[in-house]
Design a binder for this molecule. Structure first.
Ligand code: CUO
Length: 674
């Protein structure tokens, strides 16, 4: 006799239920089997679930159902690794479904969702399945907690069809008295936080080696986070703030505070605030199995710096491994983050993760107040807190110290013989050339999947985010070679001036370049014109994927249209491609380079899913799609004699002065762009 799995408070109404073997229900629900059926309605589609022999869950149940879950905690990571392994080992999708149904109401919901998503992303037999947007499953991690009461009320009182979206104000976490609040649109952006969650989902720290040991994952940890810091710094300059200060002194009071105003639905608790001028303290929390002194964290940092100076690291067997010119950064990424690929976790520790943990427990380091972690403890929420950027600026600087030891790129390694970039133009509709236009845009997201509504139908929230007018690059390139050539077009953008209004030295400006796009071009002999739309960027995922309802089972869903946005949520949000700029127009330098494809290419077929944000996320089940060091050509110090960007240029590179103009107006959903 089939009975039905209760859907819990984060399943929502999607019109079907699983018919599972009786014994799969948790003890407390077993007597209720028949009642649960009626709750979901007789007309629900029933999906039969096979009875299989269930492996023991053991320690997986040690994270309670109502606890918050953190990938930065070794205990949680280890347990997540176990659950991922179980899901990965299921022989087929039928068994996987059985196992998932069995776990669904036993295992901590965040843990379940994380481990199951990792499995869906990595199993061969589920790779074309879509993973629902995490924001729709757990909206509590992304949205002002106030909105949930209003949403429930709206769902209860107003019939579907007459409901209006609930508007979330743009500045809900602090007032203008706090200057860091100027950056809240970036830190609290739904798309940016979703990208970050997805990135860490695609690159887990623990689990089967095959899942963790993805091509150049340590290097990508460095590069993707370096780019977040570069973007944050760019946005800071747009808002008349200095670049972020590294958190180098672990004993110093942290002046920036953060009050998240998020409630965890699962833990039924508010995310704790971090008040101004708190200091990192020794953490000793038996409940989380964490014990770490601030001095130990410092020691790990010093050991890593020492290794960088020497150019070598020591593995667990005491052997010396060289930090090579090309792959040293990958090893360092694994050491610093750290993942199970770290060659010596005992000695180099768990620097970056434990920094997150210390900052996340700054309000209750010894658990005397029985508080859980703050937003820094969770990859879904960490980017909201200003201290995230201070911590990652410190981490990035360590990587940069390694980069500073590497041989500089020679002219030969930069130039592409016979190729000259003659001109660059940016065209946005209705404005003069070389101007990026930014403004506020409102978008709607359906919350109902992530809330336990008895009532049917959707409840939308409306939030405001940065947006830019779509634009096109027009690049004129001459090929003087007697043959057609292939090249990689690399497009970056940096502010033209530093915070004091001075022009940059190259060694500072190189860290400010944000990648906008990278793609292969075919250059016939003579003159070539390359046109490329901003929406094609290989850094971003389309606007629609961040926001649109991907549930193809809903009535009226356009399957063909949804399919192209399907699957991979990793990727910088298109709406944040261009920094905010200023009302008067912020001066920027657009950089275009055509590098020699022979030195860039990776022989593989990249057709298929998840290839459109390759620069930040890699490509699923493939090698990283660019053989050069990530960040090339800005990842190293310049050759002798180069002090500024102009001096750095070889003929296959060009820069163009651009302006980023912000209009302080808000576009309503579905309204056309300016
Ligand atoms: Cu993505 Cu610190 O790694 O958050």
């Amino acid at each position: 006799e089939p009975v039905f799995v209760p859907k819990g408070d984060n399943a929502g109404d999607n019109g079907f239920v699983f018919a599972v073997p009786d014994t799969y229900l948790p003890d407390q629900y077993r007597p209720l089997g028949a009642l649960l059926t009626t709750r979901f309605g007789e007309d629900s589609e029933k999906i039969p679930v096979k009875k299989i022999s269930i492996p023991p869950l053991g320690e997986i149940l040690n994270i309670k159902r109502d606890e918050n879950f953190s990938l930065f905690l070794e205990k949680h990571r280890h347990i997540a690794g176990k659950l991922i392994e179980i899901f990965m080992k299921m022989r087929n999708t039928e068994d996987l479904l059985s196992m998932a149904c069995y776990c669904r109401d036993r295992v901590n919901p965040y843990l379940f969702n994380y481990a199951f998503s990792v499995a869906l992303l990595n199993r061969k037999d589920t790779k074309n399945l879509s993973v629902p947007s995490f924001a729709r499953l757990f909206p509590d991690k992304y949205v002002d907690s106030k909105v949930f009461t209003r949403a429930r009320e709206e769902a209860k009182i107003v019939p579907e069809g007459s409901r209006t979206p609930l508007v979330i104000p743009k500045d809900f976490t602090a007032s203008e008295r706090e200057e860091e609040q100027r950056l809240s649109y970036f830190r609290e952006d739904l798309g940016a936080n979703l990208h970050h969650w997805h990135w860490h989902l695609v690159y887990p720290l623990n689990g089967e080696r095959a899942i963790v040991a993805k091509n150049r994952r340590g290097e990508l940890f460095y590069y993707m986070h370096q780019q977040i810091i570069a973007r944050y710094n760019f946005e800071r300059l747009c808002n008349k703030l200095k670049r972020v200060e590294r958190l180098t002194n672990f004993n110093e009071p942290i002046k920036e505070a953060y009050f998240p105003k998020l409630d965890s639905v699962v833990a039924s608790r508010a995310y704790p605030a971090r008040v101004a001028n708190q200091k990192m303290q020794n953490v000793d929390r038996a409940v989380d199995q964490v014990r770490l002194d601030v001095d130990e964290l410092k020691r790990w940092g010093d050991r890593v710096l020492d290794a960088i100076q020497k150019g070598t690291v020591i593995n667990e067997k005491g052997q010396t491994i060289e930090l090579g010119e090309n792959d040293g950064i990958d090893t360092l990424g694994n050491i610093i983050e750290s993942s199970v690929l770290s060659p010596n976790r005992n000695y180099y520790g768990d620097l970056h993760n434990m920094g997150h943990v210390m900052l996340a427990y700054i309000h209750d380091p010894d658990h005397r107040y029985l508080e859980t972690f703050g937003v820094m403890g969770d990859v879904a929420t960490a980017m909201r807190d200003p201290v995230f950027y201070r911590w990652h600026a410190y981490i990035d600087d360590i990587f940069q110290q390694h980069k500073a030891t590497l041989p500089r790129y020679t002219i030969d390694q930069l130039n592409y013989s016979g190729i000259t970039v003659r001109d660059i133009e940016v065209q946005s509709q209705g404005t003069s050339s070389n101007v990026f236009n930014t403004f506020w845009q409102q978008s709607d997201v359906d919350l109902s999947r992530g809330m336990d509504f008895q009532e049917k139908g959707s409840v939308f929230i409306r939030f405001t985010h940065l947006q830019h007018q779509p634009f096109t690059y027009k690049i004129t390139v001459n090929n003087a070679n007697p043959a057609t050539k292939l090249g990689t077009c690399r497009i970056f953008l940096a502010p033209k001036f530093d915070e004091s209004g001075s022009t940059w030295t190259f060694r500072h400006q190189r860290l400010m370049f944000i990648e906008l796009d990278k793609f292969t071009v075919t250059l016939k002999q003579g003159a070539n014109t390359i046109t490329r739309a901003s929406t094609q960027s290989t850094v971003t995922i389309p606007f629609e994927r961040t926001f649109r309802d991907l549930d193809t089972r809903r009535p009226g869903a356009n399957t063909a249209e949804l399919d192209q946005f399907n699957f991979c949520g990793c990727g910088w949000p298109q709406h944040l491609l261009i920094p905010k700029g200023t009302v008067e127009g912020m001066a920027g330098e657009l950089f275009v380079m055509i590098s020699n494809y022979e030195d860039d290419k990776v022989d593989q077929n990249i057709d298929g899913v998840c290839s459109d944000a390759g620069s930040f996320c890699g490509i699923k089940d493939k090698l990283y799609p660019d053989r050069r060091s990530m960040g090339y050509p800005f990842d190293r110090l310049p050759r002798e004699g180069v002090n500024n960007l102009q001096q750095f240029l070889t003929p296959n590179m060009r820069i163009r002065d651009v302006s980023i103009t912000f209009k302080n107006r808000t576009i309503k959903p579905k309204e056309a762009f300016v």
